[in-house]
Design a protein around this ligand. Structure first.
Ligand code: APR
Ligand code: PHB
Length: 401
């Protein structure tokens, strides 16, 4: 017999979506239990993206988990678009009436959230196995799993499916109930973390004829750099000196820009896709974050969309427990999808404008240069980019969640 844990919301996945959902529910007086297949150390050290929109920063600050982010995060007022060996700054702060982004690693957000949950007596159960979800078509959902080989069960009112793109929640929804929209790109990103001071204070997105490259950072001493590669690129073909040579070429400018080089402490390849599952809910199972949608990283939206989803979900659950009305829960997917598709379009657009597409007669490259010229010279076009990059307000006018 499995030992049964009773809670209000059972959450699968301790990534940013699951942890932030649990944190927001706690602030609403709602109990939850989070289960995670990896170790705490693994999720706290997993290097992912690192750009927080203003709305995500505000949410973390308002809910009491922003202290370290305020101290260590790097606030950026602009980004640079580089093409034809020349840089062009987009002044996001000025173009959006004072909104900015904060560069702070996703794993740092995860560390802060785990600490806050455990400090408040929250239950986060790591290293679970054989997870399955049941009964979410009715009113008594169950999550079954094993911990140290022993069967366990969570009996709850609702399930938060926050288990990422490869999780089990989305595939547990009956066939035919969801519709999937997907676009797979013919390239990936080779990302490195290097012990070298970033050569620019702001992010640089570079369109180069050899392929896209991105300069980002984690601190004044740690650079995070990416270069476009094939989706199945073999890292063994990329010794450190080849990576630096390629990066230096893709960032070169007419005025002699050079990256600072240093020891590469982490390397990885990420494939690129756009994906949406609709609706993001089925009965009492609610999908949030990467479990419901994936964006290519060029728009830096993945973590921010996860935060926006769970904010909507926590409010809808709070409304349900306060009033007994499932009205906001019923609208969860519709509310989230508007923002999700906006971010999908923006991420696809940035990806299409900045990457090299194989084949053709160079038409696409000429078209990209014309677009970049427009985006960096027309105020209206720059403002469009800036507004989307810093992120639309979490509560757009005329929308209630
Ligand atoms: N049982 C328990 N946990 C699971 C299971 C499972 N069957 N399957 C996956 N998980 C865990 C993963 O180990 C991971 O820790 O779910 C978590 C999902 O976290 P993320 O993949 O980080 O997804 P999410 O929380 O939605 O975060 C949004 O934003 O920057 C992007 O893609 C990036 O991860 C990021 C995302
Ligand atoms: C990162 O710092 O990892 C990063 C920054 C911007 C992106 C994607 C990733 O668009």
């Amino acid at each position: 017999m499995a030992s049964v844990i009773r809670t209000q919301v059972g959450i699968v996945g301790a990534g940013p979506a699951g942890l932030l959902l649990s944190h927001l529910l706690h602030l609403e007086g709602i109990e939850s239990v989070v289960i995670e297949s990896h170790t705490r150390r693994h999720v706290e050290e997993r290097i992912r993206a690192g750009v927080l929109e203003q709305g995500t920063v505000d949410l973390l600050n308002e809910t009491g988990v922003g202290e370290r982010m305020r101290r260590e995060g790097l606030v950026h007022h602009g980004i640079e678009l580089r093409f034809n060996r020349q840089g062009h700054r987009i002044d996001m702060y000025e173009l959006t009436g004072g909104r900015a982004i904060t560069v702070y690693g996703q794993h740092e957000v995860v560390k802060d959230l785990i600490r806050a949950r455990l400090h408040a007596g929250g239950q986060v159960c790591f290293e679970v196995d054989r997870v399955s979800v049941h009964g979410f078509d009715g009113t008594s959902p169950r999550i079954r799993f094993t911990k140290d080989g022993e069967p366990r069960e969570i009996a709850c009112d609702f399930i938060g499916g926050c288990d990422g793109f490869h999780g089990i929640c989305r595939p547990s929804i009956p066939d035919g109930a969801l519709r999937f929209f997907e676009k797979v790109y013919p390239f990936g990103w080779l990302g490195i973390l290097a012990e070298a001071p970033p050569a620019s204070e702001e992010l640089i997105y570079s369109n180069h004829e050899r392929g896209f490259a991105l300069l980002s950072m984690r601190s004044q001493a740690l650079s995070r750099l990416y270069l476009q590669c094939t989706p199945e690129e073999d890292l063994a073909q990329w010794p450190d000196d080849r990576i630096w040579r390629e990066l230096q070429t893709r960032f070169e400018t007419a005025s002699g820009f050079r990256l600072h080089e240093g020891a590469i402490v982490q390397k990885g390849v990420t494939a690129m896709r756009s994906f949406v599952a609709e609706p993001m809910q089925h009965g009492r199972l609610f999908l949030a974050g990467d479990a419901a949608h994936i964006v290519p990283p060029t728009g830096a939206k993945g973590l921010n969309l996860a935060a926006a989803d769970v904010r909507v979900l926590s409010r809808a659950l709070a409304h349900y427990y306060r009033t007994g009305s499932g009205e906001l829960l019923d609208r969860y997917s519709t509310t989230c999808l508007r923002r999700v598709w906006r971010a999908q379009h923006f991420s696809w657009w940035m990806t299409s404008m900045l990457h090299r597409f194989e084949g053709g007669d160079g038409f696409d490259h000429r078209r990209q240069l014309a677009e970049l010229d427009n985006v960096t010279s027309s105020r209206a076009a720059s403002a469009h980019l800036a507004e989307n990059y810093v992120g639309l307000p979490f509560d757009p006018p005329g929308e209630t969640s």
